[in-house]
Design a protein around this ligand. Structure first.
Ligand code: SAH
Ligand code: SF4
Ligand code: F3S
Length: 465
């Protein structure tokens, strides 16, 4: 289903109409589009908007790059590995374009936003028709129209931090679980991170636009809505409407319907007691807090420019644990930040043990050109960092296993998500923990009560109650 947010500026819709006619004429059939997405949920959400626009332009959608007339790579720049993968994928389109020169190839997203990447594509990938930065992607109909009508390759990296476009159709990948962006960009400039450079300044959507989109999702049957932003805790800062993130959660919680509200990411420096109290008080808000601490060492946190120390982090964690009894905590961690010693790393391990996270997203530091950390002295070899990394994973596995063990014999309300090839269903508790159980596929997309019967390492098995 194609949902469209409340206000339509009309301009891009007019281009979409023109593309529809022109593309049909050029291809002699309904053209197909393939959107290939890399990176985080923010990109997944952006891709759903690209797909919405493509549908409005009359394109059918396909996952098979070989049958598409329009191919777009929505890219990520957060670590080097992510960038390497993109170049490999883009290279594949060369042969496709040789067979059919009318195919249009586009690269957009965080990596495309980097001038050096755009220059490299201009120079060495002549078969790429357009490179679009993160703040112009909503103008896709206009860009496709221009290219289809014979204009030169498009390179638009405008990053003016202007108003958030609100007229974009959305074609979500899922039918009962969906992303809902509440803000874009980041102002934090953690010294290792490329995101503020490629996404621009923090900008929050109007609360009314967000609740309107949430209402549309609920009416369309969505049961699990995740609010997205790089730092949702600073939602609304400096905006005239005066609604902060806790206020936004309360508004969405007050909407009619049976659904779960999740959100990510929370930055510890802006995570307030008001937010914790709101999670506790709002029945529909999940008892899950993704609160990345990155490093357990105060010295490293300072070098990372994170604006909190371990003491402040633990204060908020302990407050949250006290107020929300079934709280599930997760975090992102960087191992091997420049100058990190084994002693610093031990601090990270001790924090993990102290907090007892449900799960962790762990990364080895990857230098990103243009960030301060890339210029810092980094004497520890990668192989050594990899050893620390494995040590961390081992510690976390034990913690997760213990946590899962403690859930055995208890009953949880879960949202059933999918069926596995062996016939079992996978489901997720409100705390974001996966439970597998036997049941009919009709249950997918519904809430059920499941008793946890067994914890095998960190996988939970259960039975329908
Ligand atoms: N805004 C979110 C995270 C965005 S990026 C936050 O502040 O928590 C997701 C994660 O990627 C980060 O939390 C960090 O752990 C990791 N990351 C970012 N830059 C990195 C780099 N240069 N090397 C390794 N990991 C990185
Ligand atoms: Fe990157 Fe830090 Fe912003 Fe997160 S808060 S996106 S880690 S700069
Ligand atoms: Fe996300 Fe990667 Fe961009 S993590 S914000 S897609 S750099």
């Amino acid at each position: 289903m194609l949902l469209k947010s409340a206000i339509s500026s009309g301009e891009q819709s007019a281009y979409a109409e023109r593309v529809k006619k022109l593309a049909y004429k050029i291809y002699g059939k309904t053209p197909l589009a393939c959107v290939v997405t890399f990176g985080c949920q923010q990109n997944v959400s952006d891709s759903e908007r690209l797909k919405g626009e493509l549908s409005e332009m009359g394109y059918g959608l396909t996952d098979d790059i070989n049958e598409a007339q329009f191919i777009i790579f929505n890219t990520c720049a957060v670590r080097e590995h992510a960038e390497d993968r993109v170049y490999g994928n883009v290279g594949v389109t060369k042969a496709l374009k040789k067979q059919n020169p009318n195919i249009i190839v586009a690269v957009c997203g965080c990596m495309a936003q980097r001038q050096s990447v755009a220059d490299k594509i201009k120079r060495s990938y002549p078969y790429v028709d357009m490179v679009l930065g993160t703040q112009v992607q909503h103008r896709l109909p206009e860009f496709i129209y221009k290219r289809l009508s014979g204009s030169k390759r498009v390179f638009d990296l405008t990053l003016d931090n202007g108003e958030i476009p609100e007229d974009i159709p959305v074609k979500r990948d899922g039918t009962f679980k969906g992303w809902l962006p509440v803000m874009y960009g980041c102002n934090n400039f953690c010294t290792y991170c490329i995101v503020p450079y490629v996404r621009g300044r923090e900008r929050s959507r109007e609360p009314n636009k967000i609740t309107a989109e949430a209402e549309e999702m609920i009416a369309a049957g969505y049961k699990d809505i995740t609010l997205l932003g790089q730092n949702v805790n600073s939602y609304g800062k400096g905006e005239a409407h005066g609604v902060n993130f806790a206020g936004l959660l309360r508004r969405i919680n007050a909407l009619d319907g049976d659904f779960v509200i999740r959100f990510m990411t929370s930055h510890p420096k802006d995570c307030t007691k008001e937010l914790i109290d709101t999670i506790r008080d709002c029945g529909k808000v999940s008892s899950h807090l993704h609160l990345p601490f990155q490093s357990g060492s105060d010295r490293i946190l300072k070098l990372m420019n994170r604006h909190y120390d371990r003491k402040r982090y633990m204060e908020i964690v302990n407050y949250a644990k006290e107020k929300i009894p079934n709280l599930s905590l997760t975090s992102d961690i960087i191992v091997g930040f420049p100058g990190e010693t084994y002693e610093d790393f031990q601090q990270t391990l001790s924090l993990i043990k102290e907090v007892e996270y449900t799960s962790l997203f762990t990364f080895i530091f990857s230098p990103r050109v243009g960030t301060p950390a890339a210029k810092m002295d980094d004497p520890i070899p990668y192989e050594e960092k990899s050893k620390w990394f494995s040590e961390l994973l081992k510690v976390q596995e034990e913690i997760a296993a213990k946590r899962c063990e403690s859930m055995v014999s208890k009953t949880y309300r879960v949202l059933v998500e999918s069926a596995k090839p062996n016939g079992e269903l996978t489901s997720r508790t409100e705390e974001n923990i996966i439970v597998e159980f036997e049941g009919s596929e009709d249950l997918i997309g519904t809430f059920q009560n499941v008793e946890v019967t067994k914890a095998r390492n960190w996988i939970l098995k259960g039975k329908l109650v």
